[in-house]
Design a protein around this ligand. Structure first.
Ligand SMILES: [Fe+2]
Length: 411
Protein backbone atom coordinates (compact mmCIF):
# COMPACT_ATOMS: atom_id res chain seq x y z
CA UNK A 1 0.00 0.00 0.00
CA UNK A 2 1.23 3.49 -0.84
CA UNK A 3 2.23 5.49 2.14
CA UNK A 4 1.52 9.19 1.85
CA UNK A 5 3.77 11.30 4.06
CA UNK A 6 3.41 14.94 5.14
CA UNK A 7 5.27 17.36 2.86
CA UNK A 8 3.79 20.79 3.36
CA UNK A 9 0.87 22.50 5.03
CA UNK A 10 -0.37 25.93 4.08
CA UNK A 11 -2.34 27.95 6.60
CA UNK A 12 -4.27 30.15 4.18
CA UNK A 13 -5.82 33.32 5.58
CA UNK A 14 -7.37 36.24 3.76
CA UNK A 15 -9.28 39.48 4.15
CA UNK A 16 -8.32 40.14 7.77
CA UNK A 17 -9.69 43.71 7.61
CA UNK A 18 -7.73 44.99 10.58
CA UNK A 19 -8.98 48.29 11.87
CA UNK A 20 -6.91 49.67 14.73
CA UNK A 21 -9.08 52.33 16.35
CA UNK A 22 -9.36 54.01 12.99
CA UNK A 23 -12.57 55.47 11.58
CA UNK A 24 -12.77 56.99 8.10
CA UNK A 25 -15.77 59.12 9.18
CA UNK A 26 -13.80 60.62 12.07
CA UNK A 27 -10.95 61.37 9.69
CA UNK A 28 -13.28 63.33 7.40
CA UNK A 29 -14.69 65.25 10.39
CA UNK A 30 -11.20 66.05 11.70
CA UNK A 31 -10.14 67.30 8.28
CA UNK A 32 -13.40 69.27 8.00
CA UNK A 33 -14.31 67.56 4.75
CA UNK A 34 -18.04 67.87 5.25
CA UNK A 35 -19.08 67.43 1.62
CA UNK A 36 -17.13 64.23 1.49
CA UNK A 37 -18.75 63.13 4.73
CA UNK A 38 -22.16 63.80 3.21
CA UNK A 39 -21.25 61.80 0.12
CA UNK A 40 -20.03 58.99 2.32
CA UNK A 41 -23.40 58.94 4.14
CA UNK A 42 -25.20 58.80 0.79
CA UNK A 43 -23.25 55.73 -0.32
CA UNK A 44 -23.64 54.07 3.07
CA UNK A 45 -27.41 54.60 3.24
CA UNK A 46 -27.87 53.00 -0.16
CA UNK A 47 -25.29 50.28 0.46
CA UNK A 48 -23.75 51.10 -2.92
CA UNK A 49 -21.31 48.43 -4.09
CA UNK A 50 -21.76 46.44 -0.85
CA UNK A 51 -20.67 49.47 1.20
CA UNK A 52 -21.61 47.95 4.58
CA UNK A 53 -19.44 44.91 4.28
CA UNK A 54 -16.63 46.87 2.64
CA UNK A 55 -16.33 49.24 5.59
CA UNK A 56 -16.40 46.71 8.44
CA UNK A 57 -13.29 46.07 10.51
CA UNK A 58 -12.05 43.05 12.41
CA UNK A 59 -13.75 41.35 15.32
CA UNK A 60 -11.43 41.32 18.33
CA UNK A 61 -13.02 38.12 19.68
CA UNK A 62 -12.34 36.37 16.37
CA UNK A 63 -8.77 37.62 16.55
CA UNK A 64 -8.34 36.23 20.06
CA UNK A 65 -9.73 32.83 19.11
CA UNK A 66 -7.73 32.59 15.90
CA UNK A 67 -4.54 33.12 17.91
CA UNK A 68 -5.74 30.51 20.39
CA UNK A 69 -6.35 28.12 17.49
CA UNK A 70 -2.81 28.60 16.17
CA UNK A 71 -1.28 28.00 19.60
CA UNK A 72 -3.23 24.77 20.09
CA UNK A 73 -2.63 23.63 16.53
CA UNK A 74 1.14 24.13 16.73
CA UNK A 75 1.22 22.30 20.09
CA UNK A 76 -0.98 19.35 19.09
CA UNK A 77 -0.20 18.54 15.45
CA UNK A 78 3.00 16.64 16.11
CA UNK A 79 3.06 15.04 12.67
CA UNK A 80 3.29 18.48 11.06
CA UNK A 81 5.75 20.08 13.44
CA UNK A 82 8.19 17.18 13.65
CA UNK A 83 11.45 17.25 15.57
CA UNK A 84 14.39 18.57 13.61
CA UNK A 85 16.32 15.29 13.68
CA UNK A 86 13.58 13.50 11.71
CA UNK A 87 14.60 12.25 8.25
CA UNK A 88 12.45 14.96 6.68
CA UNK A 89 10.61 17.77 8.41
CA UNK A 90 7.41 18.84 6.69
CA UNK A 91 7.11 22.56 6.16
CA UNK A 92 4.44 25.01 7.19
CA UNK A 93 3.78 28.18 5.20
CA UNK A 94 1.50 31.03 6.20
CA UNK A 95 -0.16 32.50 3.11
CA UNK A 96 -2.23 35.68 3.34
CA UNK A 97 -4.03 36.76 0.17
CA UNK A 98 -4.64 40.38 1.07
CA UNK A 99 -6.98 43.00 2.51
CA UNK A 100 -4.98 43.03 5.71
CA UNK A 101 -6.86 46.23 6.59
CA UNK A 102 -10.22 47.80 5.83
CA UNK A 103 -9.15 51.40 5.11
CA UNK A 104 -5.45 51.14 4.25
CA UNK A 105 -4.54 53.56 7.08
CA UNK A 106 -1.03 53.43 8.47
CA UNK A 107 -1.87 52.39 12.03
CA UNK A 108 -4.05 49.46 10.90
CA UNK A 109 -1.38 48.31 8.43
CA UNK A 110 1.17 48.40 11.23
CA UNK A 111 -1.13 46.39 13.50
CA UNK A 112 -1.84 43.83 10.77
CA UNK A 113 1.82 43.26 9.91
CA UNK A 114 2.72 42.88 13.58
CA UNK A 115 -0.06 40.36 14.23
CA UNK A 116 0.65 38.35 11.08
CA UNK A 117 4.29 38.12 12.12
CA UNK A 118 3.15 36.88 15.54
CA UNK A 119 1.07 34.15 13.84
CA UNK A 120 4.05 33.14 11.75
CA UNK A 121 6.07 32.79 14.94
CA UNK A 122 3.31 30.73 16.60
CA UNK A 123 3.58 28.35 13.63
CA UNK A 124 7.17 27.55 14.61
CA UNK A 125 8.67 30.53 12.77
CA UNK A 126 7.40 29.39 9.42
CA UNK A 127 8.00 31.19 6.10
CA UNK A 128 5.19 33.43 4.91
CA UNK A 129 3.86 34.72 1.59
CA UNK A 130 1.96 37.92 2.23
CA UNK A 131 -0.06 39.89 -0.31
CA UNK A 132 -1.91 43.16 0.00
CA UNK A 133 -5.44 43.61 -1.31
CA UNK A 134 -7.55 46.36 -2.82
CA UNK A 135 -8.55 47.65 0.63
CA UNK A 136 -4.89 48.11 1.56
CA UNK A 137 -4.67 50.36 -1.52
CA UNK A 138 -7.42 52.65 -0.12
CA UNK A 139 -5.93 55.95 1.07
CA UNK A 140 -7.59 55.90 4.50
CA UNK A 141 -11.08 55.45 3.04
CA UNK A 142 -13.06 54.48 -0.05
CA UNK A 143 -11.43 56.08 -3.14
CA UNK A 144 -14.78 57.52 -4.31
CA UNK A 145 -14.87 59.74 -1.21
CA UNK A 146 -11.42 61.04 -2.14
CA UNK A 147 -12.48 62.07 -5.63
CA UNK A 148 -10.53 65.13 -6.78
CA UNK A 149 -7.67 64.56 -4.35
CA UNK A 150 -7.29 60.86 -5.08
CA UNK A 151 -4.26 60.94 -7.36
CA UNK A 152 -2.02 62.55 -4.77
CA UNK A 153 -3.40 60.30 -2.04
CA UNK A 154 -2.78 57.24 -4.22
CA UNK A 155 0.90 58.15 -4.66
CA UNK A 156 1.28 58.34 -0.88
CA UNK A 157 -0.65 55.08 -0.43
CA UNK A 158 1.51 53.28 -2.95
CA UNK A 159 4.61 54.40 -1.06
CA UNK A 160 3.07 53.23 2.23
CA UNK A 161 2.21 49.79 0.81
CA UNK A 162 5.68 49.63 -0.80
CA UNK A 163 7.31 50.28 2.57
CA UNK A 164 6.26 46.78 3.71
CA UNK A 165 9.02 44.50 2.40
CA UNK A 166 6.82 41.37 2.29
CA UNK A 167 4.30 43.23 0.09
CA UNK A 168 6.74 44.03 -2.72
CA UNK A 169 6.13 42.13 -5.91
CA UNK A 170 9.85 41.40 -6.37
CA UNK A 171 9.54 39.37 -3.13
CA UNK A 172 6.65 37.40 -4.62
CA UNK A 173 8.84 36.28 -7.51
CA UNK A 174 11.20 34.48 -5.11
CA UNK A 175 9.27 31.28 -4.48
CA UNK A 176 8.80 29.52 -1.18
CA UNK A 177 10.14 26.04 -1.92
CA UNK A 178 9.88 22.60 -0.35
CA UNK A 179 11.12 19.27 -1.63
CA UNK A 180 11.28 15.93 0.13
CA UNK A 181 14.09 13.54 -0.83
CA UNK A 182 12.82 11.63 -3.87
CA UNK A 183 9.48 13.45 -3.71
CA UNK A 184 7.92 16.31 -5.65
CA UNK A 185 8.94 19.93 -5.35
CA UNK A 186 6.38 22.61 -4.45
CA UNK A 187 6.87 26.33 -5.16
CA UNK A 188 4.69 29.28 -4.12
CA UNK A 189 4.71 32.67 -5.88
CA UNK A 190 2.56 35.80 -5.67
CA UNK A 191 1.07 38.03 -8.35
CA UNK A 192 -0.24 41.57 -7.92
CA UNK A 193 -3.86 42.01 -9.03
CA UNK A 194 -4.52 45.27 -7.14
CA UNK A 195 -4.90 48.60 -8.91
CA UNK A 196 -4.17 52.00 -7.36
CA UNK A 197 -5.99 53.74 -10.22
CA UNK A 198 -9.15 55.58 -9.20
CA UNK A 199 -11.86 53.69 -11.11
CA UNK A 200 -10.72 50.09 -10.52
CA UNK A 201 -9.81 50.83 -6.89
CA UNK A 202 -13.25 52.35 -6.28
CA UNK A 203 -14.98 49.32 -7.81
CA UNK A 204 -12.72 46.62 -6.26
CA UNK A 205 -11.77 45.49 -9.76
CA UNK A 206 -8.54 43.56 -10.18
CA UNK A 207 -5.92 44.08 -12.89
CA UNK A 208 -2.68 42.52 -13.99
CA UNK A 209 -0.27 43.58 -16.68
CA UNK A 210 1.40 41.62 -19.43
CA UNK A 211 4.92 42.57 -18.20
CA UNK A 212 4.03 41.35 -14.67
CA UNK A 213 2.86 38.02 -16.09
CA UNK A 214 6.00 37.75 -18.18
CA UNK A 215 8.15 38.48 -15.12
CA UNK A 216 6.34 35.71 -13.24
CA UNK A 217 6.88 33.22 -16.08
CA UNK A 218 10.57 34.22 -16.25
CA UNK A 219 10.93 33.69 -12.48
CA UNK A 220 9.38 30.22 -12.86
CA UNK A 221 11.62 29.46 -15.84
CA UNK A 222 14.72 30.43 -13.87
CA UNK A 223 14.16 27.73 -11.24
CA UNK A 224 16.77 24.95 -11.32
CA UNK A 225 14.18 22.15 -11.39
CA UNK A 226 11.59 22.34 -14.18
CA UNK A 227 9.15 19.87 -12.68
CA UNK A 228 7.33 21.28 -9.67
CA UNK A 229 3.85 21.80 -8.31
CA UNK A 230 3.40 25.56 -8.56
CA UNK A 231 1.08 27.63 -6.38
CA UNK A 232 0.22 31.24 -7.13
CA UNK A 233 -1.26 33.57 -4.49
CA UNK A 234 -3.38 36.42 -5.87
CA UNK A 235 -5.83 38.71 -4.09
CA UNK A 236 -8.56 38.54 -6.74
CA UNK A 237 -9.51 35.01 -7.81
CA UNK A 238 -8.62 34.23 -11.40
CA UNK A 239 -11.60 31.88 -11.67
CA UNK A 240 -14.75 32.13 -9.53
CA UNK A 241 -18.45 31.31 -10.12
CA UNK A 242 -19.62 34.91 -10.00
CA UNK A 243 -23.33 35.46 -10.58
CA UNK A 244 -24.26 38.62 -12.55
CA UNK A 245 -25.18 40.55 -9.35
CA UNK A 246 -21.76 39.77 -7.83
CA UNK A 247 -19.91 41.60 -10.57
CA UNK A 248 -22.32 44.40 -11.52
CA UNK A 249 -24.06 47.03 -9.43
CA UNK A 250 -26.63 49.18 -11.24
CA UNK A 251 -24.94 48.15 -14.48
CA UNK A 252 -21.43 49.13 -13.32
CA UNK A 253 -18.79 46.37 -13.26
CA UNK A 254 -17.19 45.56 -9.90
CA UNK A 255 -15.23 42.96 -7.92
CA UNK A 256 -13.77 40.66 -10.54
CA UNK A 257 -10.30 40.39 -12.06
CA UNK A 258 -10.39 42.14 -15.40
CA UNK A 259 -8.90 40.29 -18.36
CA UNK A 260 -8.64 37.10 -16.31
CA UNK A 261 -8.32 35.26 -19.61
CA UNK A 262 -4.93 36.91 -20.16
CA UNK A 263 -3.74 35.44 -16.85
CA UNK A 264 -5.05 32.02 -17.85
CA UNK A 265 -3.43 32.29 -21.29
CA UNK A 266 -0.05 32.97 -19.69
CA UNK A 267 -0.29 30.49 -16.85
CA UNK A 268 -2.74 27.96 -18.20
CA UNK A 269 -2.48 24.60 -19.79
CA UNK A 270 -0.14 24.32 -22.76
CA UNK A 271 -1.34 22.94 -26.08
CA UNK A 272 -0.48 19.27 -26.52
CA UNK A 273 2.12 20.19 -29.14
CA UNK A 274 4.04 22.45 -26.75
CA UNK A 275 7.59 21.47 -26.02
CA UNK A 276 7.64 23.58 -22.85
CA UNK A 277 8.57 21.70 -19.73
CA UNK A 278 7.05 24.13 -17.27
CA UNK A 279 3.42 23.83 -18.25
CA UNK A 280 1.14 24.66 -16.77
CA UNK A 281 3.05 27.48 -15.12
CA UNK A 282 0.59 27.43 -12.25
CA UNK A 283 -1.25 24.41 -10.84
CA UNK A 284 -3.02 26.00 -7.89
CA UNK A 285 -4.41 29.54 -7.69
CA UNK A 286 -4.95 30.63 -4.09
CA UNK A 287 -7.03 33.78 -3.54
CA UNK A 288 -9.36 35.77 -1.31
CA UNK A 289 -11.33 38.97 -2.01
CA UNK A 290 -14.84 37.45 -2.31
CA UNK A 291 -15.37 37.07 1.47
CA UNK A 292 -16.70 33.63 0.61
CA UNK A 293 -14.65 30.48 0.37
CA UNK A 294 -14.83 28.39 -2.75
CA UNK A 295 -15.52 25.57 -3.27
CA UNK A 296 -17.21 24.94 0.09
CA UNK A 297 -17.53 21.28 -0.78
CA UNK A 298 -15.50 18.11 -0.66
CA UNK A 299 -13.12 17.85 -3.59
CA UNK A 300 -13.32 14.74 -5.79
CA UNK A 301 -10.59 12.08 -5.57
CA UNK A 302 -8.68 13.51 -8.50
CA UNK A 303 -8.22 17.16 -9.39
CA UNK A 304 -8.88 16.42 -13.07
CA UNK A 305 -12.51 15.64 -12.14
CA UNK A 306 -13.06 19.31 -11.19
CA UNK A 307 -14.31 21.45 -14.06
CA UNK A 308 -13.99 25.22 -14.01
CA UNK A 309 -14.15 27.39 -17.13
CA UNK A 310 -10.66 28.33 -18.29
CA UNK A 311 -8.69 25.94 -16.10
CA UNK A 312 -6.72 22.99 -17.44
CA UNK A 313 -7.19 19.45 -16.10
CA UNK A 314 -4.37 19.74 -13.55
CA UNK A 315 -5.29 23.26 -12.43
CA UNK A 316 -7.29 24.28 -9.42
CA UNK A 317 -8.58 27.53 -7.92
CA UNK A 318 -9.22 27.69 -4.18
CA UNK A 319 -10.61 30.79 -2.50
CA UNK A 320 -10.55 31.60 1.22
CA UNK A 321 -13.21 33.67 3.01
CA UNK A 322 -12.49 36.53 5.39
CA UNK A 323 -10.69 35.49 8.55
CA UNK A 324 -12.32 37.57 11.25
CA UNK A 325 -14.44 40.35 9.86
CA UNK A 326 -17.33 41.71 11.91
CA UNK A 327 -20.62 40.32 10.67
CA UNK A 328 -22.37 42.37 7.98
CA UNK A 329 -25.94 43.05 9.15
CA UNK A 330 -27.41 42.95 5.64
CA UNK A 331 -25.89 39.56 5.04
CA UNK A 332 -26.96 38.30 8.46
CA UNK A 333 -30.53 39.31 7.68
CA UNK A 334 -30.40 37.45 4.37
CA UNK A 335 -28.90 34.39 6.02
CA UNK A 336 -31.51 34.38 8.78
CA UNK A 337 -34.08 33.47 6.14
CA UNK A 338 -32.18 30.20 5.75
CA UNK A 339 -31.86 27.42 8.32
CA UNK A 340 -29.82 28.43 11.36
CA UNK A 341 -26.22 27.46 12.13
CA UNK A 342 -23.58 26.66 9.57
CA UNK A 343 -26.14 25.77 6.88
CA UNK A 344 -27.11 29.42 6.60
CA UNK A 345 -23.62 30.22 5.38
CA UNK A 346 -23.65 27.84 2.43
CA UNK A 347 -24.99 28.98 -0.93
CA UNK A 348 -25.07 27.49 -4.39
CA UNK A 349 -23.96 29.63 -7.31
CA UNK A 350 -26.11 29.33 -10.40
CA UNK A 351 -23.29 29.54 -12.90
CA UNK A 352 -22.81 27.18 -15.81
CA UNK A 353 -19.54 25.36 -16.44
CA UNK A 354 -18.46 24.85 -12.81
CA UNK A 355 -18.65 21.31 -11.46
CA UNK A 356 -18.41 22.64 -7.88
CA UNK A 357 -20.70 25.54 -7.06
CA UNK A 358 -21.10 25.70 -3.30
CA UNK A 359 -19.58 28.69 -1.50
CA UNK A 360 -19.39 29.53 2.21
CA UNK A 361 -20.08 33.12 3.24
CA UNK A 362 -19.30 32.88 6.97
CA UNK A 363 -17.46 36.10 7.83
CA UNK A 364 -14.87 34.30 9.91
CA UNK A 365 -13.10 31.42 8.29
CA UNK A 366 -9.78 30.11 6.96
CA UNK A 367 -8.38 26.94 5.46
CA UNK A 368 -5.44 24.61 5.93
CA UNK A 369 -4.10 22.78 2.90
CA UNK A 370 -2.02 19.71 3.60
CA UNK A 371 0.13 18.22 0.88
CA UNK A 372 1.41 14.64 1.09
CA UNK A 373 4.05 12.84 -0.98
CA UNK A 374 5.27 9.28 -1.35
CA UNK A 375 8.81 8.03 -1.74
CA UNK A 376 10.36 7.85 -5.20
CA UNK A 377 7.50 9.63 -6.92
CA UNK A 378 8.25 13.16 -8.04
CA UNK A 379 5.00 13.68 -9.90
CA UNK A 380 2.16 12.80 -7.52
CA UNK A 381 0.85 14.65 -4.51
CA UNK A 382 -2.19 14.36 -2.36
CA UNK A 383 -4.00 17.44 -1.09
CA UNK A 384 -6.09 17.38 2.06
CA UNK A 385 -8.21 20.46 2.59
CA UNK A 386 -9.57 21.54 5.96
CA UNK A 387 -11.97 24.49 6.26
CA UNK A 388 -12.53 26.21 9.58
CA UNK A 389 -15.42 28.52 10.40
CA UNK A 390 -16.31 30.67 13.40
CA UNK A 391 -20.05 31.27 13.61
CA UNK A 392 -21.76 34.27 15.19
CA UNK A 393 -22.06 33.79 18.95
CA UNK A 394 -19.56 30.93 18.92
CA UNK A 395 -16.12 31.39 20.38
CA UNK A 396 -13.93 28.83 18.67
CA UNK A 397 -13.24 28.19 15.01
CA UNK A 398 -14.71 24.81 14.09
CA UNK A 399 -13.72 22.35 11.40
CA UNK A 400 -16.36 22.02 8.65
CA UNK A 401 -16.62 18.26 8.43
CA UNK A 402 -18.52 18.23 5.13
CA UNK A 403 -15.61 19.80 3.26
CA UNK A 404 -12.80 17.50 4.42
CA UNK A 405 -11.43 15.73 1.39
CA UNK A 406 -8.33 14.32 -0.21
CA UNK A 407 -7.52 14.97 -3.83
CA UNK A 408 -4.82 13.59 -6.07
CA UNK A 409 -2.64 16.20 -7.77
CA UNK A 410 0.14 15.78 -10.27
CA UNK A 411 2.95 17.88 -11.63
FE1 LIG B 1 -11.73 42.05 1.66
Amino acid sequence: MTQWKPLLQIVHISDLHFCDNYDDKQKLIREQRFWRLKARRWFEERNVGGWHEGSLGHDSVGLEYFEQFLQDYAANEREWFAAENAEFTPQTWLVDTGDATTFGDEQSIEMAIKRIDGWRRLLHDCPARLLYGNHDAWPGGQPVINMGIYDRAAVRQKALVGSIAAWRDEEWLKPLVVQAPGGPRVECYGLDTVSFRFVPNTLALGETSKPALERLCAAIDSQPVPRAYRILATHHPVVYPYEPDDIRDRGIPKMQLRKAQRVLDHLGAAPASSAATRQPYVHLFLSGHTHASYPAAALPDNVSAIHSPGLGPEQLQLVGGSLMQIRDRTRTREDSENPSGLDANFHYKQVAGFSLRRICTANQQFQILRFYYRDNDRTALQLERLMFVRLPNALRYQLVESTISRTRLSC
